[in-house]
Write a protein that binds this ligand. Structure first.
Ligand code: SF4
Ligand code: SF4
Ligand code: SF4
Length: 307
C-alpha cells in the first residue's frame, strides 16, 4: 500500500532532515529489539465505555493543566490531543447505521518512528531498552519537523509558551522508572487498555480474535504491521480508519519509505542539493497545508465528542 497524504508529508520532513546531512535514526536500533522487550499497550474498542478516567489520570500523572476551555472552566473537556492533553477518548458514530465506537488516541510509540528520524537535534529518542519514544527539551529547536513527520498527527506544540515544548505521551516513563504502570492502563475500570510486552499483548489480541469470531474488524490488530509496527496496538469492531488517527498505512516504516525515495533519487543521479532544495520548497507549502489540516481535524473530531 502506498503512503497516505499525512505519511507523504512525514516522508518529506524526514527526507528533508536526512538530506540536510543531519543524523537520522533510520531502521532504528530498537527495530531489532526483541518483542518481549518492547513495552506495549493494547486498547480494545469493544471494552471501552468512554468513561474517560484514563484522560483524567493521564493529565494528573503528567502534571498537565486540565483543558477546561470548552466547558467554560467547569470540567476537563479537551476536543482532541493538544498541548495540555496527551491522551484522549473520542466517540465515533455512524449516523446511518448507529454503529458507534470509542477510540483512545496517544502516541503510538512506533517501532521505527518517523518523528525520531525527522528530528535534526535528536530531541526525540527511542529508548533502546523498552522502545518507548520520548522527547527531551534540552536540545529541541522548536522546528516541529516531528509534527509533520508523524503519520498519526500526535505531537503537539505549546504555541502560547515563551519556551514551548513538544507534548506527547511518553508512556509514563517517569512512572515506569518507579516500577509503576502507565496511569491510563492502571485506572481503566474495564481493562479496555492494558500494558505488557508487545509479545504478550499480541498473544492476548490473537486469543481475543480467536475466541470471538466476527467481533473484530477483519480479525485485524491495528499496529501489528502499520508503518513498520507500533507498540500501541488496537482491536477495533469498526474499520480503524473511521476512528481518526488509525490511518491506512503500509507495512514499511516512514524512514524506510524515505530511504527508498532517496535511493531512487541517487539512482537517477539527481544531486542531493537540488533534491533538498526541491523538497524544502514543497515542504514550506505543505507546512501551511498541515496547519489547516490540523485545524480541520480538531474541528471535525470536536463535533463527534461525547461530553
Ligand atoms: S506516533 Fe508519531 S510521535 Fe509517536 S512515535 Fe510514532 S511518529 Fe513519533
Ligand atoms: S501512557 Fe501515560 S502519558 Fe501515555 S496516554 Fe497513558 S497515561 Fe498518558
Ligand atoms: S478508562 Fe478505560 S473504559 Fe474508561 S474511557 Fe479510558 S479506556 Fe475507556
Amino acid at each position: 500500500m502506498g503512503l497516505n497524504r499525512r505519511a507523504a508529508l512525514g516522508a518529506m520532513a524526514t527526507g528533508a532532515a536526512a538530506m540536510a546531512g543531519v543524523q537520522t535514526a533510520k531502521a532504528n536500533d530498537a527495530k531489532i529489539l526483541p518483542q518481549n522487550k518492547m513495552v506495549a499497550m493494547l486498547y480494545d474498542t469493544t471494552l471501552c465505555i468512554g468513561c474517560k478516567a484514563c484522560v483524567s489520570a493521564c493529565s494528573e500523572a503528567n502534571g498537565l493543566t486540565p483543558d477546561t476551555g470548552e466547558s467554560g472552566g467547569i470540567y476537563q473537556m479537551p476536543k482532541y490531543l493538544n498541548d495540555k492533553t496527551k491522551n484522549i477518548i473520542k466517540l465515533y458514530v455512524d449516523e446511518k447505521t448507529g454503529l458507534r465506537s470509542y477510540v483512545k488516541a496517544q502516541c503510538m510509540h512506533c517501532i521505527d518512528p518517523a518523528c525520531v528520524a525527522a528530528c535534526p537535534m535528536a530531541a526525540l529518542q527511542k529508548n533502546p531498552v523498552n522502545g518507548v519514544v520520548t522527547w527531551d527539551g534540552t536540545t529541541c529547536l522548536g522546528c516541529r519537523y516531528c509534527q509533520i513527520a508523524c503519520p498519526f498527527n500526535i505531537p503537539k506544540f505549546e504555541w502560547t509558551e515563551f519556551n514551548p515544548k513538544i507534548v506527547k505521551c511518553q508512556f509514563c516513563d517517569h512512572r515506569m522508572a518507579e516500577g509503576k504502570g502507565p496511569a491510563c492502563c492502571e485506572v481503566c475500570p474495564r481493562e479496555a487498555v492494558i500494558y505488557g510486552t508487545r509479545e504478550e499483548l499480541l498473544k492476548v489480541a490473537r486469543k481475543r480474535i480467536a475466541d470471538n469470531p466476527g467481533k473484530y474488524f477483519e480479525d485485524r490488530i491495528y499496529g501489528e504491521e502499520e508503518a513498520g509496527g507500533t507498540q500501541v496496538l488496537y482491536l477495533t469492531h469498526v474499520e480503524p480508519q473511521l476512528l481518526g488517527h488509525l490511518v491506512p498505512l503500509g507495512k514499511r516504516s516512514i524512514p524506510e519509505e524515505v530511504e527508498s525515495v532517496q535511493n531512487t533519487l541517487y539512482m537517477g543521479f539527481l544531486s542531493p542539493i537540488i533534491a533538498y532544495a526541491a523538497l524544502t520548497s514543497v515542504l514550506k507549502k505543505r507546512w501551511q497545508e498541515h496547519e489547516q489540516e490540523a485545524k480541520h481535524i480538531e474541528e471535525q473530531t470536536g463535533l463527534k465528542e461525547q461530553l
